[in-house]
Design a protein around this ligand. Structure first.
Ligand code: SF4
Length: 258
């Protein structure tokens, strides 16, 4: 390889002696020029030109500059190469976005983006911004405990301090399961994107002794329903099963007493 004829090629502000006829990407990498690439491997002779990260700006023989994949170009006389122009950066950004859409988990891509200053979209957080949770909490639950906020330029569903009553309705309607509700012994935990947004102690059913709902939820259900349902006042400290038994809606009275 060392006896390959070399020709001068202008690369950014320098003139490098590169082996004529070689892949431009390989020649530039060997000369110590930093170029991001993923689908190139030194063990393979044929370039694939798939990842498009190795795009550079080239002009030859007085032609206007064009962005091209350096792995598919050969080192030829009168070639001028720019590896750091705005057009190159834009091409790298487009290529990186396309790659990360397919492989958002790829740490190597994320590292490459950071190394070459390629702006990338934040990783998907699992929320599709349908707003079902925010709307149902406001319109049906009446708590208005969620809102669409903004964090680091990203629209995010976030809690409104002190308003959640721990009913779990948002988690039940969430189509992507990004909101979770789970009961840890005596506490109900509500979380979004893995961040806990509320911890609520659970009240004990006066019928069966099971922990079943949050006091805030029971209070809210009681206040809203008392005008329409006379049983609610009497049975709102019972879990749904015991409430049915105590209100006479279940014929066989098998109430357990504690
Ligand atoms: S758990 Fe909290 S945030 Fe979710 S619907 Fe109920 S009150 Fe709203």
């Amino acid at each position: 390889m060392n006896d390959e004829p070399r020709i001068p090629v202008r690369v950014n502000d320098r003139v490098l002696e590169l082996p004529a006829g070689r892949s431009l990407l390989t020649a530039l990498l060997e000369a110590g020029v930093r170029i991001p690439h993923v689908c190139h491997h030194p063990a393979l002779h044929q370039a694939a030109g798939v990842c498009r990260l190795c795009t550079v700006e080239v002009s030859a023989a007085g032609q206007p500059p064009q962005t091209k994949r350096s792995c598919l170009l050969k080192v030829t006389p009168a070639l001028e190469v720019r590896t750091e122009s705005a057009a190159v950066q834009a091409a790298r950004e487009k290529a990186m976005r396309a790659l990360l859409r397919q492989a958002p988990q790829a740490e190597r891509l994320i590292r490459l983006a950071a190394e070459f200053g390629i702006r990338i979209d934040p990783a998907p957080d699992g929320c599709i911004r349908c707003l079902l949770c925010e709307r149902i909490c406001r319109e049906v639950v009446g708590a208005a405990a969620l809102r669409l906020g903004k964090r680091e330029g990203l629209r995010l569903i976030e809690p409104v301090e002190g308003r959640c009553i721990g009913c779990g309705t948002c988690a039940n309607v969430c189509p992507t399961q990004v909101i979770h509700v789970h009961d840890e012994e005596a506490v109900r935990v509500i979380s979004i994107r893995g961040e806990t947004i509320g911890r609520h102690p659970l009240a004990v059913c006066e019928g069966c002794g099971r922990r079943f709902a949050t006091p805030k939820f029971l209070e809210a259900a009681h206040v809203r329903a008392v005008d329409h349902h006379p049983d609610v006042k009497e049975h709102h400290r019972f879990c749904p099963e015991c409430a049915k038994r105590h209100s006479g809606r279940v014929s066989a009275l098998t109430t357990r007493r504690y």
